[in-house]
Every structure is written in structure tokens, then in C-alpha cells.
Design a protein. Structure first.
Length: 258
């Protein structure tokens, strides 16, 4: 049984947060501080990221989802959870939805997509793997910064730019490459949207260059109990606009899930 590195705080309905690529659970610290007064907040490091070692270089979104579920078992979380995933974290959420829908009380998809990679997207990932294998994670910093942070944040939030750069720098090349492979090989989850029978919130940043807002709006419209929030900002919207993000997140919990 795999137990992923995690941080658990607070009591109440469990909120599980799954991070983006190539980051770790600390990207949710601001949400954890705000929410742990009223909820049990669980932040998880996916295999190879943060404090979780990479045990298997041929990981997949599904094996990551299984490890998340096993970690919740180890923590004896038997209540249904409200799961939040940003980007790669969202790809993992779709697999949790497939494997264990009975453990889900609600879903928050942030800056993510149900679709698999296009052939072009996949080819780009394999090029990135080559670059990381030869030059290390440093190459990811310049390459990912314009994707992860919106134009406005890059120009006006220099501390956030440094924080995200440092987060990327902390990750291991072999873990980054394993996750890139796993994302490239992930299957399409679009059909799952119509099967979601719990409230689901979709949050998108208007300056996100990886996942267009219109794509997320369509996902929300396809989901029976889906709702959609568009916030001014980029891909890592929870970090760029924490107060606004937390407000919309909490409003969704209060109105739809509690
Ligand atoms: C992420 O933010 O998790 C990644 O950008 C996702 C991706 O590359 O598809």
C-alpha cells in the first residue's frame, strides 16, 4: 500500500487537494490556512513530487489516483471527500472519479481538462523529457513560467514568480519525466463528465494559456450539477488570486455541499 506524503489539518468534512505539474502540495498552503478552521484539509504530494519519493518510473494518472485513495485509507478517512485538483491534479481527479465515485462528495476542477493530449501536445511532452534528461529541471522554469502564471501576474507579482520558480527547482528530473510520460499517455475522460452526480465546480483563469476558459465552460455545461467560475488571472489562479479563489470556493461549498 502506498502512502503519499501529506499534510492534514483541521476537523470536519474532508477537503483533499491535488497539485499541478511540476509543483507539490505547498501550492495549496494559502487555501489550507483559510479552510482548516472549518474543514479537515488534506494536501497530498503526488508520487515523485514534494516529499513523496518516486517509486515507479512508469506511473500513470490512474496509479496516482490509486495512491491518493490508499493514502486516504491509511488516514482512515471514511467520510466522502470534496476533491480539488488543479491541472495535472484534475487529470488525477478524473481517475479517482472512475475508480471510486462512492468516495466523492463534491469536485472542484481548476485549470484542467477532461480531454487527452493532442498528438502535437504529446510530441511536445517527449521533447521536454529529452531536455530535462539532458539539462535538468532548470529548463522547465523558463519554459513553464509563461504557461503557469498569467501575463498580469508575471508583470506585477514578482514574489509569486520567484515562489513558482523555486517550487519547480525543488523537483527531481526523473519524477518530472515520469509525470510528463504519464500525462502524455493519459486517456480521455470526457465521457465521465456526464456521469458526475455530485456538485462540481469548474474554475478557470481568463489568462490561462494552457486550458482555454471556453473549454472549461463547456466541461461545466456538460456536467449535470456543474457550475462555472471565471476569474481574472492565469493557470495557477489559486496562487495569483488567493482571496478571490477562496471566496468562490467557499461560496460553492456553502451553497452546494454543506
Ligand atoms: C499542470 O499545470 O499541471 C500542467 O501544466 C498540466 C499539463 O501540462 O497538461
Amino acid at each position: 500500500m502506498t502512502i503519499l506524503a501529506h499534510e492534514q489539518s483541521g476537523t470536519g468534512v474532508p477537503l483533499v487537494f491535488i497539485h499541478a505539474f511540476p509543483l507539490d502540495r505547498s501550492m495549496w498552503n494559502v487555501q489550507s490556512s483559510a479552510l482548516r478552521k472549518n474543514f479537515k484539509v488534506i494536501l497530498i504530494d503526488l508520487p515523485g513530487f514534494g516529499a513523496t519519493p518516486l517509486e515507479n518510473e512508469t506511473s500513470s494518472m490512474e496509479s496516482m489516483a490509486r495512491s491518493v485513495l490508499e493514502t486516504l485509507d491509511a488516514l482512515k478517512i471514511s467520510d466522502k471527500c470534496i476533491f480539488t485538483g488543479l491541472s495535472m491534479g484534475g487529470y488525477v481527479l478524473f481517475k479517482i472519479l472512475k475508480l471510486a465515485p462512492e468516495r466523492i462528495r463534491g469536485l472542484v476542477f481548476v485549470s484542467t481538462r477532461a480531454a487527452a493530449d493532442s498528438a502535437e501536445g504529446r510530441a511536445k511532452r517527449f521533447k521536454t523529457i529529452e531536455a530535462v534528461e539532458t539539462k535538468g529541471v532548470e529548463v522547465l522554469i523558463e519554459a513553464m513560467r509563461p504557461n503557469l502564471l498569467g501575463k498580469t501576474a508575471r508583470e506585477t507579482q514578482k514574489d509569486l514568480v520567484s515562489l513558482v520558480d523555486d517550487l519547480i527547482r525543488r523537483q527531481q528530473p526523473k519524477s518530472v519525466c515520469a509525470a510528463l510520460r504519464a500525462m502524455a499517455e493519459r486517456s480521455d475522460s470526457t465521457d465521465l463528465l456526464a456521469t458526475i452526480n455530485v456538485p462540481a465546480l469548474f474554475i478557470s483563469g481568463t489568462e490561462d494559456v494552457i486550458i482555454p476558459t471556453a473549454e472549461m465552460e463547456k466541461m461545466a455545461a456538460t456536467t449535470p450539477k456543474g457550475s462555472f467560475e471565471k476569474l481574472e488571472g492565469g493557470h495557477l489562479i489559486n496562487l495569483e488570486k488567493p482571496a478571490l479563489f477562496n471566496d468562490r470556493f467557499s461560496t460553492f461549498l456553502k451553497r452546494r455541499l454543506l
